[in-house]
Design a protein around this ligand. Structure first.
Ligand SMILES: Cc1cc2nc3c(=O)[nH]c(=O)nc-3n(C[C@H](O)[C@H](O)[C@H](O)COP(=O)(O)O)c2cc1C
Length: 352
């Protein structure tokens, strides 16, 4: 395998929303690749203006940069101006640099994974926090660690998930992104990585087969309660803390989101290097942005009201200034075994 192929083979392990892998690679020469970045805004309510996909693209570029460093190659890129926002093009050039050491996060690219279940909750040490904060620069990290602070975020995520699980606009995503019965999935989230117990997974599979079933379970049988307990409340308490990454100024352009994605991936790989795991908790931030921009994201009035409440609570927790600049939210905890995980499409399927 040529170095450029080995580097792209590693880069494709970058995380993307629901494992959508919204990118393709066009290898132009041994030292040059054009990356095409797409988004899912047309069908995914969580990909507001393509921002989630742009964060993932930033994570991809950062992963590429780290992988290239282990080959003694410096990766530099320019984004082509004047392409559509939902079809970005980034030209990457690799240049030999004998002085460049391998980035110490390289060994964690392939093993980094979400952990949606409860993690160990031993407190973060001052040294661990300092290393994580250094990895996130230029983002600042706002921590929620002590039990009452952890509980506020767990509660926020628990309430935000009720919106997520009751609005029809999110159903299309939820009903297509899980590979049921699977431990591993190349292009979706396998059932065991969803983070619920097997009985709940069976019920979710049945319910998500039609929107009418979802409505019935939600209306009469408190259908959202058990998933929210298992996915938000319990693991939100059983962790070392929650972290919000805040940019120096409010993100506006595609490049701002790509840069934020680079910070996020450095942070996440550093979590893994420290022997911990992380789990994104993005929906409150996304709902808060819809509210701030006064954009109705659902036809369901209760969903819009709920989002307004989430935005107010998040503004109180972070401060309105930091909320407008926050680009990433996650929890961190001590490592627990993973029963399965998302894999990736093979490199050959991503080449143009
Ligand atoms: C921008 C972005 C947003 C994400 N938001 C969430 C989220 O809100 N909830 C969640 O469970 N996972 C979230 N994820 C995690 C992805 O689902 C996960 O990275 C993907 O399925 C691949 O799995 P892996 O990270 O274990 O390789 C997000 C990932 C990215 C890159």
């Amino acid at each position: 395998m040529r170095a450029i192929e080995a580097i792209l083979d590693a880069a494709r392990w970058a995380p993307s929303g629901d494992n959508t892998q919204t990118w393709q690679f066009d290898i132009l020469a041994d030292d040059r690749v054009r990356i095409h970045g797409f988004d899912t805004r047309d069908w995914c309510v969580y990909d507001l203006d393509g921002h989630a996909s742009q964060l993932a693209l930033g994570a991809l570029l950062e992963t590429l940069r780290i992988a290239a460093s282990a080959h003694g190659l410096r990766a530099e890129w320019t984004r082509r101006a004047a392409t559509a926002d939902n079809h970005l093009m980034i030209d990457v050039v690799l240049t030999p640099d004998p002085g460049l050491g391998a980035d110490e996060r390289r060994p964690y690219i392939e093993s980094r994974s979400v952990q949606r279940r409860a993690m160990g909750s031993a407190a973060l040490s001052a040294a661990e926090k300092a290393e994580l904060e250094a990895a996130a620069v230029p983002c600042r990290v706002i921590w929620f660690e002590a039990l009452p602070a952890r509980a506020s975020i767990a509660r926020l995520n628990f309430d935000s998930a009720e919106i997520r699980l009751t609005i029809p606009e999110a159903y299309r995503t939820h009903s297509t992104i899980i590979e049921w019965g699977a431990r591993f999935s190349e292009d979706r989230i396998p059932e065991v990585a969803v983070g619920v117990d097997p009985a709940t997974a069976r019920l979710m599979r049945f319910v998500l087969a039609s929107w009418r079933r979802v409505e019935f379970f939600n209306r009469w049988l408190m259908g959202t309660l058990v998933p929210r307990l298992q996915l938000d409340l319990i693991p939100g308490l059983a962790c070392s803390g929650h972290a919000y990454l805040v940019m120096p100024s409010p993100p506006v352009t595609v490049d701002d989101y790509v840069a934020a994605g680079q910070c996020m991936q450095r942070f996440w790989l550093t979590v893994e290097k420290l022997g911990m795991q992380s789990q994104p908790e993005m929906t409150p931030l996304i709902f808060a942005r819809y509210v701030r921009e006064n954009r109705p994201f659902t036809d369901l009035p209760a969903g819009r009201q709920g989002a307004a409440g989430i935005a107010d609570r998040l503004a109180a927790l972070l401060g309105p200034e930091a909320l407008a600049r926050a680009t990433w939210a996650c929890r961190i905890g001590r490592r627990r075994a993973l029963p399965g995980r998302s894999l990736r499409k093979p490199l050959s399927a991503l080449l143009r």
